[in-house]
Design a protein around this ligand. Structure first.
Ligand SMILES: *Cc1c(COP(=O)(O)O)cnc(C)c1O
Length: 326
């Protein structure tokens, strides 16, 4: 295959190291992949995808990149940083809680802080809308794209979370990065899964190996794996390998809590464990939930041996999480 073009944005390989104290606590051989340290735009897993997405946008001579997400979207922040580098305008339609039904008692992360503050520093055109559902949010992003086009701009529409076959390809390569860094293969790789490219890339790379790839869901939508299978078709074509089915994507929905971006006291506990045992910060939307899952699955004996926790970033939203239980 001809490899897609990329532009350099991040620092790779990101560190991979053992978590000695938590290994002892949990009775497993626990390692961490530090994609919180991708070294660009505040870090996080989206930097990998953006190296390919930005190359594609430049090829199409984009003047504005339009996307959508939650108010504290890590993707919008990293896209904003990437746009700054290339002198492209970044615009995003956002909602605090884009649910079909807002779970009772849930509160969004709020205020002009965390990622929103960073978006402001980067000059992102951020349009905050009242809560609604995902389809409405996608429609608002399209309106925003049309608004820029009406003003004569060449718009590049970016799917939520940067999840496309290019995004998945970047994580297929990230898996190769881990294989090169680690002498022994892992029994498990566990991470926060949402818009899909992280999950799809890793699953394709480790299919039919001893390594089990397990996504911890951050959205309460079991049908999401069907979408992953569809996205995966584009990657399979690129790699010239057989397509994987929805059932090939392992996803655990037990740690979603009340819904996307609604953290539970258990999430807070996971955040505190990682901070107080290893000095590493997790976030309340993604990595806090996925690490909760890892801790619980290890305690119940469902997960064991040599385990890799993939830290996908998200640190800035800690500053928007009021009332993190200490
Ligand atoms: C976007 C994001 C994820 C999910 O990655 P996807 O590839 O969208 O599934 C996980 N963790 C953090 C911190 C993120 O920002």
């Amino acid at each position: 295959m001809t490899a897609p073009r990329k532009v350099p944005l991040i620092q790779t390989p990101t560190p991979l190291h053992r978590l000695d104290r938590l290994s002892k606590d949990l009775g497993i051989d626990l390692w961490i992949k530090r994609d919180d340290l991708t070294g660009f735009g505040g870090g996080g897993n989206k930097g990998r995808k953006l190296e390919y997405l930005m190359a594609d946008a430049l090829d199409q001579q984009a003047e504005v990149m339009v996307t959508c997400g939650t108010t504290q979207s890590n993707f919008v922040r990293q896209l904003g940083a990437a746009c700054s580098v290339f002198g492209i305008k970044c615009a995003a339609a956002t909602m605090d809680l884009p649910y079909l039904e807002v779970p009772p008692g849930s509160h969004a992360l709020g205020g002009v802080n965390g990622n929103v503050l960073l978006d402001d520093l980067l000059g992102v055109d951020l349009r905050l809308h009242p809560d609604g559902d995902w389809d409405h949010l996608y429609a608002l992003a399209e309106e925003l794209a049309l608004e820029y086009e009406a003003a004569g701009k060449r718009v590049y529409r970016v799917p939520i979370g940067g999840s496309s076959k290019l995004g998945a390809y970047s994580f297929y390569l990230a898996a190769k990065e881990v294989q090169a860094q680690s002498v022994e293969p892992f029994d498990w790789i566990i991470f926060a899964s949402s818009s899909g490219s992280t999950h799809i890339g890793l699953t394709y790379a480790f299919h039919r190996t001893k390594t089990k790839v397990l996504g911890i869901a951050c959205d309460p939508e079991p049908e999401i794996v069907e979408e992953f299978a569809e996205f995966g078709e584009g990657l399979a074509t690129m790699l010239e390998v057989p397509t994987l089915a929805a059932s090939d994507f392992s996803m655990d929905f037990d740690f979603v809590g009340q819904g996307y971006a609604a953290a539970s006291p258990e999430t807070d506990e996971a955040i505190l464990s990682m901070a107080r045992r290893e000095g590493i910060f997790l976030d309340p939307v993604y990595t806090g939930k996925s690490f909760t899952g890892l801790m619980r699955l290890a305690s119940s004996g469902k997960v064991g041996g040599r385990v890799l926790f993939w830290h996908t970033g998200g640190f800035p939203s800690v500053f928007a999480a009021s009332g993190l239980a200490t």
